[in-house]
Design a protein around this ligand. Sequence first.
Ligand SMILES: [Fe+2]
Length: 224
Amino acid sequence: MIKIFYLIISPCLIFGIIFACSDSNIKLNQKDIIHLNSDTCNDPDRDDINCHFEYMPENVSSKVKIADDSVSGMRIIIKSRLLKSDGITPIPNAYLFHYQTDKNGYYPKNGNEKGIHKWTGYLHGWNKTDENGYCEIHTIRPAQYPTNDFPAHIHSVVKLNENSKPFYINDYVFKDDPLVTEKYTGNLNFQGGNGIVAFDEDSSGVKIGKRDIILNKINHSCPK
Ligand SMILES: [Fe+2]
């Protein structure tokens, strides 16, 4: 009986995952897939983009604190607007997932992470755009990887509504990072602008940056 189950279910499962990465119009039933195979999201390549939302809390606000006060580093706030291709019309009630390195360029782990967070680490969080398309990240400034071959960055994934397929936007990077070059911006793969954030400093010493995320084309490709 068990063999028959696997003969029928396994091909469907594999086909479902491949299809989810190849068809931009698909409506998701990803939770079912994830729950059928609990290891699907334990993937160092993060090929299944839906996994970024597997553990999203029920109540998500427009502000997310990725790094609590116990995490050392330069405190930053990034205020974003999610906009349609005209650069004006806000996109409300969209979910964003963010993950980043720490001040030493590592994705830090506590050892009790689940699913995709075994790879993204604990410096992650979700927020939801408000009625004006605004959302905020409160965190520490990430560092370049120890290899110093890629700009310091915050990865972000957008999910426009409960049932839509998520997609990556270009990383948040920082204007004063010497690795943010024309070569870097010339090789960007996703949408949402170049992601370059410049900081001003508020009266409390927190660095505050802004970004307009303009969605000019939906790219559902799976990152490598
Ligand atoms: Fe990264």
